[in-house]
Ligand binder design. Sequence first.
Ligand SMILES: Nc1nc2c(c(=O)[nH]1)N[C@H]1C(S)=C(S)[C@@H](COP(=O)(O)OP(=O)(O)OC[C@H]3O[C@@H](n4cnc5c(N)ncnc54)[C@H](O)[C@@H]3O)O[C@H]1N2
Ligand code: MOO
Length: 453
Amino acid sequence: MGYDTPAALYKMVPVEEALEKVLSEVRSTKASFQCGISQCVGHVLDQDVVAPAAIPDKALSIMDGFAVQAGDDTKEFAVVGENRAGNVDDDLVVSKGGCCYITTGSPLPRGSDAVVMIEDTKTSTAADGKRVMEVLGDAVKNMAVGHNVRQIGSDMALGEVVLGKGKLLESADIGILASLGFQSVAVVSKPLAAFMSTGDEVVDVGTGREASRKGRHQIYDANRPVLLSCAQPYCSEVMDLGITGDDQARLELSFQKAVDNNVDVLVTSGGVSMGDSDLIKPILEQKGKVHFGKVMMKPGKPLTFATVEGREKGRKLLVFGLPGNPVSSFVTFNLVVVPALRKLAGWTNPRLRRMGVRTADKIAMDPKRPEYHRVTLSLPPLDPFSYGCKDEDNGNKCSEPLVLVAHSTGFQRSSRLLSLRSANGLVEVPQGSGHIPAGATVSCLLIKGGDFF
Ligand SMILES: Nc1nc2c(c(=O)[nH]1)N[C@H]1C(S)=C(S)[C@@H](COP(=O)(O)OP(=O)(O)OC[C@H]3O[C@@H](n4cnc5c(N)ncnc54)[C@H](O)[C@@H]3O)O[C@H]1N2
Ligand code: MOO
């Protein structure tokens, strides 16, 4: 092929060192931009959001009923008017013996300081045609000032920092922004990432009428579709550079395309091991700096990371050469590429969350490498609204806290995509001989929707 196989020269680095190296190469986050609130979920806020007004900005009723003066011992109140949400009479005044019909969310009229629920009243029309409200029992007489009232600023105070710089925006945050009248906010731009698959045996599955038929010695590309979908939440755009085969010229062309398009991150899969058609490492050595080419992990040993000069001077392109085996590319993507994308997108804590979980099955250890054993994490089901423990009434102490239980996804070979089926955790199995028994507490990295822990 014209290349020696230099991969053998690479020292095997521990995963932590590899991850540190990757994160240290992400020197700054992307520039920020003003983002419309309906598009900003999943972005990191690049400003403090300070409430420009109190919410509510006037005292509002929490109930449908009558605004009154708390403590008023009148039995039959004169109804002096009506305040409906969105239809308010600013001239109304409530004094002792008077009340105002009010709906939930309406401002209290001057003079009133509490609201009696409609259920605690009875209304009628007096002989002179005026409306009268009778209080049932002592509901108003015994009422404290502010009863059934949302006071000014009690939900959000004027000047309060309601969302801090660095917050990853979620759907509920959009409600906070909208209620304060923000149409847009400054957020960190997400990175642009490009993906390509190598391998002469790899063909695209195609779509619709263009579905390709693979030849006798070919396989469908499983890596690119998986990685493109995994990257989407962290990227402004994901660029599909297709399949390059094991062809030097096509590989170089795709690399150039990534540089020309100013991508922040290029992810390749396959072609990083020891074969004479594994061209990724030699190309990266020519084009930039390879920081590591072998990592002490299973799966994913030949994981390669390099930085390459970008189109603009001083701009670096991060290149991840992931191993071709589908499980290896998925695991290494999660372990090192996801944190890099998150850091570029402004996450303050870009690493995968790690937590202690309990093994449901025994897990074999590998004598040569620490292993990332794919598991499905679950909690025992609980009845709705249950709390504490059943024995509490009998003086027994509540014992163990609930712990996530890790169920192995079975045979862990790096070609077996079924070992990723329903996996939401990677148990960190130390290098060693024998097994970790069932019931052991082990550290586990959360993948997929695990960010909320
Ligand atoms: N002599 C050695 N050989 C290998 C070593 C080693 O240390 N010494 N490491 C092994 C390990 S571990 C891995 S992982 C693989 C990774 O090799 P490559 O990154 O070069 O990947 P390929 O050889 O191109 O492919 C490996 C395997 O995966 C299939 N593949 C590739 N791309 C795709 C794709 N897009 N979709 C689905 N499947 C794909 C490919 O057909 C191969 O079966 O190297 C070991 N070898
Ligand atoms: O790293 Mo390879 O992924 O062990 O199969």
